[in-house]
Design a protein around this ligand. Sequence first.
Ligand SMILES: CC(C)(COP(=O)(O)OP(=O)(O)OC[C@H]1O[C@@H](n2cnc3c(N)ncnc32)[C@H](O)[C@@H]1OP(=O)(O)O)[C@@H](O)C(=O)NCCC(=O)NCCS
Length: 203
Amino acid sequence: MQVELRPIEVRALELSDLDSIMAIEPRAYGSHHWSRQSFISELTNPSGHYLGAVCSRDSALLGYTGYWLIGDEAHITTLAVHPDCRRERVGERLLIANVLDARANGALWLTLEVRVSNEAAQGLYFKYGFRNLGVRRRYYQDNSEDALVLWTDRITDIGFAEQFAAKAAAMGDYSKKAIMKELLADKHQYIDNECEFSKLASA
Ligand SMILES: CC(C)(COP(=O)(O)OP(=O)(O)OC[C@H]1O[C@@H](n2cnc3c(N)ncnc32)[C@H](O)[C@@H]1OP(=O)(O)O)[C@@H](O)C(=O)NCCC(=O)NCCS
């Protein structure tokens, strides 16, 4: 039986969200969290794209994510969920929104660094097709921890798109077809028939 998810909307983060962001940020990242000033810089950086997940009932900010678009690469800079609503698939829905937003803005690949000890985040990224393609030694200054460098495959590849869309659709509030359509937008002529995607994949 599918558990009903907390209804959320994902929208662009705004400077007016700063208080809500700063209520989450230290609880998500501890002593190495971004400052309020860092968020002001990020939210006004033309290369930065930031999204927030808000509760549809009371508009409370539950989490946020964002990336820098550099050429055709989207570098995920943050993804954080309020501790009171972890494991409710808010992180998952933010990651999906991030990938689709990056695609809409011209990205072909996504990448990020994640602490080697951060199994929760790694689980989320691996679930959605990110792969570990390297290690940055002593990347984090607070404790000299190594970072794994994760990458997607090309997100317009049919194999990636199918797997990504299938995972998202399994949650119950996304349509596989709609997600594939967004990822494959200008690569393949969209055919309104799911099995045609499989034909494309094996072609
Ligand atoms: C990582 C984080 C964003 C996950 O958010 P979340 O809303 O709790 O995660 P979701 O409920 O969407 O979980 C999605 C998937 O993530 C993985 N995951 C999430 N929390 C996990 C945990 N505590 N242990 C193992 N895997 C976990 C699982 O693969 C899960 O899928 P599954 O339930 O089908 O197994 C959240 O733990 C967080 O804010 N952490 C602190 C900030 C941080 O580390 N950000 C990442 C920086 S790279």
